[in-house]
Design a protein around this ligand. Structure first.
Ligand code: MN
Length: 717
């Protein structure tokens, strides 16, 4: 149980000259007012105001706010009056306490008119003194922490209200930890089963995850230290509600969710933020479209940070946030990080921008007499990362900021999205990549011949639109594969005593599909079209072996081996594909694997098998079903080209020494590029043929021994 002494200690840490007497007095007053009252938990009521004051002290708020936290329920629950508080604690504390009391009496689930009226009161209280809402948030937070003692109906009502109103306000004020805690606490009561199951799954994988987090942290730390950057690095699972929302919006299971861990790197300067970003992107391949620069473009609640998602050490996605200590303070404490309460309500120049939205709220409440209009406007301001637009019938729809008419079209109906050809905003034709603005009235123009294109994926913002477009493209591609599979199978069927058309009617195809672990005949055809099963393999399952043309295909064909055998070339290849020799392969340009590198094969469409490094970023994002096992054939004669770059002082004869060393190390030079810089340096690039990674490392070591060489490294083609 928290004691007044704990609170005093906490305040002293951030504000040594605080008014201890005021807090003590408020404590004694609150204890008297609540004497004999009990909470539903059976504990003395006083615990609640103490906890609320403790939360406010954790937020580093001023004396008056903490005192108000202690006193916040005295007017509501006891016979104390505004006048009395004003006399004992000053008018500001009295105003705060009264403000909180008023908000507490509001209920937000009532009819639209009452709801609007309540919002107006809250806005008034907030604009008069924002501390009112901070005290109210602390009050709500403690109530959410102790909600278990209430009856289920009340739990539901309070939890929904918290999720609808208070969590967004905490977010709007930039108090991230509070937003997360309020969301999780509400979610727990609104959807208890979903919450419990997620919590179970998260804790089940906890041991493994914390080891993983430690590994990633060490890796980052090492890389940063190599660049003389020393940072605070932390990693933790995201909060449960955000995980839940992600699963919902992307329609996926927990096990399919990779980036439930978020890493945070805190550095000393903005320059370092971008340096760290570069280092991280060098270490792991960034996922396109996931980088966000909230430093250059802060969020509406002033949040600043760099966000990126990369393919981590095991190919899994990791979300990384990079920010300075100051930005971190703002992210954690929000509004409270900026506000000097000494100057009380007079906002200085710098704060002006930060509170413009608040002033705006105040003006709305004055100007907008129509309740529903007022409510819509308020919502717009409470959810700054969303835009609200109207359908032709006047219905309001909400989208992530930056959404386009395509997002809108898919929100109306999948078919509208799939045939969306153009759009009008407020009566004027706009391009499909137009960014929706608050209040736009959007009309979608459709055409039966219009279809989604892959480019749409780059512009849409809502996950619904994205999912639907992907689905359409997939279906399209599947359609093509089925047709191709059909053609191939029909051709093969003609070479055997098989009636192709009957295969569909008598269910043979379906039973063959089942043999291969597929569900339908179409699945089978698609797989044949895709090249994973050969037509021959299908026919084999239909005909008895003696009727098969014996010499054409003697050996037992495993899936894939058939295509592989087609790709067999005359040249000896250094790669074994699933143990097969001499398969036609090419080496991917993106990562140029070397003997010794861990590799994997990727079945391209029509261009054989491409060999990538196993950790190549291109592969991570591709269809896993098209990957095949690949190994280096161990021979002594295989040579692979690789490019290296040496940097050296421009000393006479150095080039000769380099080439001599290369020859001594048995590395054939395939090509060379020599380049002298202005500052008397030489940067040379050699393409050399080498045996394997060990060989390369030996060469690099040897070159490093040459006097005047400052750097030797492997570079990409
Ligand atoms: Mn309370």
């Amino acid at each position: 149980m928290i004691r007044i002494g704990d609170i005093l200690e906490r305040i002293e840490l951030y504000n040594p000259d605080f008014d201890e007497e005021l807090i003590q007095k408020a404590y004694v007053f609150s204890a008297k007012a609540h004497q004999g009252q009990l909470r539903l938990s059976g504990e003395p009521y006083l615990i609640h105001p103490l906890e609320v004051a403790g939360i406010l002290a954790n937020m580093h708020l001023d004396d008056q706010s903490v005192a108000s936290g202690l006193l916040h329920d005295t007017i509501e629950d006891s016979l104390v009056t505004h006048k009395e508080i004003s006399r004992l604690f000053g008018s500001q504390v009295a105003e705060l306490v009264e403000g909180v009391t008023k908000i507490s009496k509001m209920s937000f689930e009532s009819s639209e008119d009452t709801q609007a009226e309540n919002f107006r009161k809250m806005v008034l209280a907030m604009t008069k003194d924002i501390r009112v809402i901070l005290v109210k948030l602390a009050d709500r937070l403690h109530n959410m922490r102790t909600l278990e003692y209430h009856k289920p109906e009340k739990q539901q009502r309070i939890a929904s209200e918290t999720l609808d109103i208070y969590a967004p306000i905490a977010n709007r004020l930039g108090i991230d930890w509070m937003k997360s805690e309020l969301e999780d606490a509400s979610f727990k009561y609104i959807m208890p089963e979903a919450y419990a199951s997620l919590e179970r799954q998260i804790s089940k994988s906890e041991k493994e995850r914390s080891r993983y987090i430690e590994d990633v942290k060490q890796l980052i730390k090492k890389k940063l230290a190599e660049n003389d950057i020393f940072a605070e690095i932390s990693g933790r699972p995201k909060h449960i509600y955000s995980i839940f929302r992600k699963m919902q919006s992307q329609n996926i299971e927990f096990s399919e969710l990779y980036d439930i861990t978020a890493f945070r790197i805190i550095v000393n300067s903005v320059t370092e933020c971008y340096e760290v970003l570069g280092i991280v992107h060098n270490l792991w391949v960034p996922i396109p479209g996931k980088f966000k620069d909230y430093i250059a473009l802060p969020k509406a609640n002033l949040y600043q940070s760099l966000h990126t998602t990369v393919n981590g050490p095991k190919g899994e996605r990791i979300e990384i946030q990079i920010r300075t200590h100051e930005m971190h303070q703002v992210a954690e404490m929000g509004i409270a990080a900026h506000w000097k309460y000494k100057e009380a309500i007079n906002l200085d120049e710098k704060d002006d921008k930060r509170f413009r939205w608040l002033r705006q709220l105040f003006e709305y409440q004055n100007d907008l007499r129509d309740n529903s209009e007022f409510l819509e406007t308020i919502k717009v301001d409470l959810f700054p990362d969303e835009v609200f637009v109207f359908t032709p019938t006047g219905e309001v729809k909400e989208f992530p900021r930056g959404s386009t008419p395509i997002d809108f079209a898919y929100s109306i109906h999948t078919e509208v999205g799939n045939h969306c050809k153009g759009a009008k905003a407020n009566g004027k034709i706009v391009p499909l990549k137009y960014n929706l603005h608050n209040g736009d009235r959007i009309v979608i123009i459709t055409h039966p011949q219009a279809h989604p294109s892959k480019d749409w994926l780059k512009t849409v913002k809502s996950s619904r639109a994205r999912t639907k477009i992907r689905q359409w493209i997939k279906t399209q591609e599947r359609g093509q594969s089925i047709q191709l599979g059909k053609d191939l199978l029909e051709k093969e069927a003609k070479r055997h005593p098989v009636n192709f058309n009957r295969l569909f009617k008598d269910g043979s195809l379906k039973s063959v599909a089942e043999i291969f672990g597929l569900n339908t005949a179409d699945d089978l055809l698609a797989t044949v079209g895709y090249g994973k099963i050969t037509p021959r393999q299908v026919i084999r399952r239909i005909l008895p072996p003696e009727e098969l043309d014996a010499e054409a295909h003697p050996e037992e064909q495993k899936p894939l081996l058939k295509i592989i055998s087609k790709l067999k070339g005359k040249d000896s290849s250094p790669i074994l594909i699933k143990g097969e020799e001499n398969v036609l392969v090419r080496f991917a340009k993106c990562c140029n694997p070397l003997p010794g590198d861990k590799i994997v094969g990727f079945i391209t469409r029509g261009r054989g098998i491409a060999i990538h490094k196993a950790d190549c970023g291109t592969i991570m994002n591709s269809d896993p079903q098209r990957l095949v096992e690949a190994k280096w054939k161990v021979t002594d004669t295989t040579r692979r080209p690789v490019k290296i770059q040496t940097t050296s002082f421009d000393r006479r004869g150095i080039l000769a020494e380099i080439t001599k060393k290369l020859a001594a190390e048995e590395a054939d030079i395939l090509s060379a590029r020599v380049h002298t810089t202005d500052d008397k340096h030489a940067v040379n690039q050699f393409e050399i043929a080498i045996k394997d990674l060990k060989h390369l490392n030996r060469i690099i070591r040897a070159l490093n021994h040459i006097k005047g060489i400052t750097e030797v490294k492997r570079i990409q083609f």
